[in-house]
Design a protein around this ligand. Structure first.
Ligand SMILES: [Zn+2]
Length: 654
């Protein structure tokens, strides 16, 4: 079996832009595999489908097999020759026909061998999907699917490069689904497909679909692409991608077209009901619904199929861009307005447990500002992470804390720690304010009157021993938790210094809580933003640069050595195999397969220390995969190493 070598190029939480190998070329994900009619000429010729954005197609092995002439042709010349297409092809096994018509005239063994013989890139064995079953029927289908999987694996031709899909059956019976997934994850499959979701989607039961994807992502190794079998409606793509789906297939573009249905990300329209086309793809922009209705039936179907595919790939393009920008959830929110049952499913995503699942896979920063435009945005994994870090990593330098809304201005000579009461993040110490996304965000909430009272109480409880006084200004003074005094009675003194600010950022970023032997620095400030740009010792040795886009520190050689000495192993570290030591010292990036272990508290975007298993310092770089992912992947770059000529192997042995 050819290895898929799936790797991630960009991500936002569990959603990802990735790529994997097949015998006939690379597949970029997330993507849609248009279903091709295996017997009759396809309504849209394959070259036109590719032009619309497809990089892999799917057809049906059972139907190819059933037609004797076609069967003989593909066995002789291969499937790619038959379809006159040299790119990646996936085939389904006939399981769908089994679900629809109750029986198929082919065995699991035969259809396995047939797919190998006609050189498909990705095949499926004859699993047992169930459309509308009782719990017992779903359980039985899982039992049979597992038996068939075992039989299929025994009968595979190991010389062939066919990649195989492990179907996840069980549908709404979550126990059965879990049993199926737990079995499949241990077996040699390159891709997994969540089956039996079409009936759920036909009933608008998007919540059940979300729960199936959620369970899949918890069980199936994260390096295997996940296909949501039978999901071809663009309205659902953003939500599914957000949860980590990589592949869709669409027969919908034709099936809907034949019923004169026009797909949109806002739902489905009947051609008869349309006065305007809500789309400006190359097909729609040329004509009007009224014109189209006057055409021959076949032309209407062709037009609708073309538009349906175009709008689907357009949505995937938008999804990929929002993943890069860290804004996919905003698109999910927008799509949730298309159907109340979709909104129900999206609301389910806002539960704390879901945010906790997503948090380890969420980068520290994105190129664009984070948008908070809906109360549901408050469950953003970045918010959850920040709130936890304030409670666990914040180190006071002053005895008094002052909490107040943005509109409440304070004298500049208070010798206090000043916090903003923030409608999204709860509380933000002034010295952390420039860190992404505390400054780099837009929220529609009124900044004065919305605040998370429970979180503020939690903060006060956590820090009441560390401050002598915590005063709150400008919010509800009746609450017994808030002690307020006249501002005049707070003694003036020296405010937080630049060196204290820097130490505070070190606490946020690296979890540092003691600053022993850390020198006093002098700072250079940006003329444009007035924020810290870099810092060095009083005798001019540079120790760090502040990343402009997220205000985190890129440590220079001396700070790296200091962090290495004062952060206990394995904190802040990526531990690599001994035989790649010299590559790392040369500044070459570290691939996932060479990583032995990683501090699990690290996050994508963190500046990390690279060491060998003796904790000898080898280099530094930026973490590119989450610690939870690294052990599963081989091809992806785990750490983008920074060139440091002055760090030599083993020179800094402790
Ligand atoms: Zn269109």
């Amino acid at each position: 079996m050819l290895q898929a070598n799936f790797h991630i190029k960009s991500r936002d939480g569990l959603s990802r832009i990735g790529e994997f190998d097949t015998l006939h070329g690379k597949v970029s994900t997330p993507t849609l595999m248009p279903v091709i009619d295996p017997i009759n000429p396809n309504i849209i010729p394959i070259p036109n489908i590719i032009e619309l954005g497809a990089n892999i197609i799917i057809t049906n092995a059972y139907l190819l097999y059933k037609n004797e002439n076609v069967r003989n042709f593909v066995l002789d010349k291969g499937l790619h020759d038959y379809l006159s297409y040299e790119g990646p092809i996936m085939t389904d096994s006939g399981a769908f026909q089994l679900m629809s018509y109750g029986s198929v005239e082919v065995t699991n063994k035969v259809i396995t061998k047939f797919q190998e013989d006609i050189n498909v890139d990705i095949g499926v064995f004859l699993d047992v999907p169930v459309a509308h079953g009782t719990n017992d029927e779903l359980k039985e289908a899982v039992k049979k699917t597992i038996e068939r999987a075992k039989e299929h694996i025994l009968n595979r031709n190991q010389q062939k490069e066919t990649q195989w899909v492990g179907p996840l059956q069980g549908g709404k019976n979550l126990d059965a689904f879990k049993q199926c997934s737990s079995f499949m994850k241990t077996q040699p499959f390159e891709i997994h497909a969540i089956g039996s979701v079409v009936p759920l989607m036909e009933n608008y039961d998007y919540l059940s679909v979300v729960k199936l994807i959620e369970m899949t992502k918890k069980i199936i190794p994260i390096n295997r692409p996940i296909h949501l079998f039978g999901a071809g409606h663009p309205m659902l793509f953003a939500l599914a991608c957000y949860l980590g789906i990589d592949l869709f297939d669409s027969a919908a573009y034709v099936l809907f077209a034949k019923k004169r249905r026009y797909l949109s990300t806002f739902g489905t329209y009947l051609l008869e009901d349309l006065d305007y086309f809500p789309c400006s793809c190359k097909f729609c922009s040329d004509t009007s619904p009224k014109d189209v209705r006057s055409w021959e039936n076949n032309d209407i179907t062709k037009f609708l199929a073309n538009h349906n595919l175009a709008v689907s790939f357009q949505e995937l393009g938008l999804i990929k861009q929002t993943i890069k920008d860290g804004r996919l959830f905003n698109l999910v929110l927008k799509r949730s307005m298309s159907h109340p049952r979709l909104a129900e499913a999206v609301q389910y995503l806002t539960k704390t447990e879901m945010s906790n699942n997503l948090e380890p896979f969420t980068s520290l920063s994105y190129p664009k500002a984070r948008f908070f435009s809906h109360p549901w945005s408050l469950s953003d994994p970045m918010v959850i992470r920040y709130k936890e870090r304030l409670l666990s990593r914040f180190q006071p330098f002053k005895e008094i804390a002052v909490l107040r809304p943005y509109s409440y201005s304070l004298p500049s000579d208070l010798s206090t720690h000043n916090f903003y009461i923030d409608p999204v993040f709860g509380l933000i110490p002034e010295e952390w304010k420039p860190i992404y996304p505390l400054l780099q965000n837009e929220a529609y909430f009124s900044t004065d009157y919305n605040f998370d009272e429970n979180y503020i109480k939690k903060f006060i409880l956590t820090f009441k021993e560390k401050f002598t006084h915590i005063y709150t200004f400008g919010v509800d003074k009746n609450s017994s938790y808030y002690k307020s005094i006249e501002l005049d009675s707070i003694p003036s003194g020296s405010p937080i210094s630049d060196n204290e600010k820097l130490r505070s950022i070190l606490s946020y970023q690296f979890g540092i809580n003691s600053f022993e032997k850390l020198p006093t620095f002098i700072f250079e400030f940006s003329r444009k933003t007035n924020r810290m740009k870099n810092f060095s010792t009083t005798n001019g040795i540079p120790w760090g640069v502040i990343r402009a886009h997220d205000n985190l520190i890129i440590p220079q050689t001396d700070l790296i050595k200091w962090l290495h000495s004062y952060m206990q192993y394995p904190n802040g570290r990526v531990i690599v195999e001994n035989d790649v030591e010299s590559f790392v010292s040369d500044g070459k990036s570290v691939f996932c397969k060479f990583v032995k272990d990683t501090d699990k508290k690290l996050r994508i975007g963190d500046e990390v220390i690279i060491v060998n298993s003796n904790d000898d310092l080898l280099g530094t770089g930026t973490l590119n995969y989450s610690p939870q992912e690294i052990s599963f992947f081989t091809k992806g770059i785990a750490v983008k190493t920074r060139k440091r000529k002055d760090l030599q192997i083993k020179k800094f042995k402790k």
